[in-house]
Design a protein around this ligand. Structure first.
Ligand code: SDX
Length: 429
């Protein structure tokens, strides 16, 4: 039932087109443009800047106010009080779990942490210097070949099993990508450890000695997972929804999300931030890079700055900055040159008219790389960790899409190519 009506009048036409409008629980009203096709029109919105592609109950973002809610709970409160796995439960079920529900959820995740032994062979086919994201895209997609017992996407139980398998196996696969790149043996998961402790164990442990996770680093790791868990209809999540709309295997859909996240404009930005800070090298070089970022002829952009939705601060960046200070203090890292450059870069950019006018603020990726580097994780693994974290967002949106009547996504276009013309024989061209 429409909440309001929008009326569209078009030059040369006497009649108006009436379009229904709907209000959500938060955020802008939407105009239902579907009837336009029947009137011979498409809407035009490259980059989907103004398009609500679906209805969702999972995450709400207010870019002007810097608000991010997961099922209504502010990200700042979740980062402070919750855990990644509790947030996974929230994103999948729409409610925070009771103590027993959380214990059962964690227990089920722990029962799926290993990958099929034959998956180990996939890694052997890659060069040691293969980018871990290239390996991750492949191995996650290959999960499709292993789990034939839970692929009825219309069966809620099957969708739940897929969710558990992906939440549980992504850290194992991510750590395997790292271990393979450094020629070290894979570490099997340890179910006596928490999710983040187990990830650090699989990353930094080895068969020759027991690995004892640092609780401060484990907490920081868990917070990084939580801050990246979901973010509405971003590029990779929209890809997963679109792939899911064709009825594709859920593991293939998540692999499509991993591939999309890899780009430096999206999840690849955290690695690009650190590469940029290393390229700047010294605070005295900052003005040169600020000038390049502002130069329309130079395609250099200040990585970690700007956001399609946040036109104010990214609430995740604020939490990340606090975590960064905690981790560096715990590790006794004073005057980290990268952090020094980052803080000066942030201060300069936040006062520079170019950035202020375009509302370009630090985003979630600006500080995460400094934390991960301090923990000892190479920059090539940063987006792998983002993919690990975002898997719950992808699978929650995929499950939401399949939990209600749906249709295949099939955008149209504004065609500006040649009109109909007849074939010309090669001899006549
Ligand atoms: C993530 O969507 C999500 O929710 C993503 C994410 C998630 O959790 O899923 O939040 C994760 O992807 C965060 C963003 C990480 N990417 C980066 O840090 C890369 C650097 N940022 C930019 O590439 C850019 O800001 C985007 C891609 C993030 C947003 O680009 P938009 O919304 O398409 O904005 P735009 O390109 O239209 O830019 C508007 C103006 C342009 O200048 P003018 O044409 O007006 O002169 O701002 C400029 C741009 O040139 N601009 C920048 C800039 N970002 C935008 N100029 C310099 N440095 C930048 N970083």
């Amino acid at each position: 039932m429409a909440d309001k009506i929008a009326k569209l009048s078009i030059d040369g036409s006497d009649s108006e087109i009436e379009l229904s409008m709907y209000s959500g629980s938060e955020g802008p009203d939407v105009i239902d443009v579907r009837p336009l096709t029947g009137q011979g029109y498409f809407t035009y919105d490259p980059g989907f800047v103004s398009t609500a592609a679906c209805e969702s109950k999972i995450t709400y973002i207010d870019g002007e106010k810097g608000i991010l809610l997961h099922a209504g709970y502010p990200i700042e409160q979740l980062a402070e009080n919750s855990s990644y796995l509790e947030t996974c439960y929230l994103l999948l079920n729409g409610e925070l779990p009771t103590k027993d529900q959380l214990a059962a959820f964690v227990g089920t995740v722990k029962g799926h942490t290993m990958v099929h032994e034959q998956m180990h062979h996939f890694f052997q086919g890659f060069r040691r210097d293969a980018h871990p994201m290239a390996i991750m895209v492949s191995v996650v997609g290959a999960l499709s070949a292993f789990y034939h017992d839970s692929l009825d996407i219309n069966d809620a139980k099957h969708r739940e099993v897929c969710a558990f398998r992906l939440i549980a196996k992504m850290p194992t696969i991510a750590a395997m990508c790292y271990k393979y790149s450094i020629g070290m043996p894979f570490q099997y998961p340890r179910n006596d450890l928490s999710y983040a402790e187990n990830f650090l164990h699989m990353m930094f442990g080895n068969p020759c000695e027991e690995y004892v996770p640092n609780p401060i680093l484990a907490r920081a790791m868990d917070r990084i997972f939580l801050l990246h868990a979901d973010h509405e209809q971003n590029a990779s999540t929209s890809t997963v929804r679109l792939a899911g709309s064709s009825g594709a295997n859920p593991f293939a859909c998540i692999a499509a999300g991993v591939a999309t996240l890899w780009g430096p404009a999206h999840g690849g930005a955290n690695e690009a931030v650190l590469n940029m800070l290393e390229e700047i090298g010294d605070a005295k070089n900052i003005p040169e890079f600020i000038a390049r970022a502002k130069d329309p002829e130079d395609n250099f952009r200040l990585m970690g700055f700007g956001h399609r939705v946040y036109r104010n601060f990214d609430p995740r960046a604020n939490v990340m900055k606090t975590t960064c200070d905690e981790v560096l203090a715990e590790l006794g890292i004073k005057d980290d040159p990268m952090l020094e450059i980052a803080k000066q870069l942030e201060q300069i950019a936040l006062q520079d008219e170019y950035f202020v006018k375009r509302k370009l603020y630090p985003n979630v990726d600006f500080y995460s790389g400094i934390i991960l580097k301090a923990i000892g994780i190479p920059s090539s693994m940063f987006t792998v960790i983002f993919a690990l974290s975002r898997t719950i967002g992808w699978i929650s949106h995929w499950a939401e899409f399949h939990s209600e009547p749906n249709k295949i996504g099939r955008p149209r276009q504004l065609y500006t190519g040649p009109s109909k013309r007849d074939y010309v024989e090669c001899s006549d061209r």
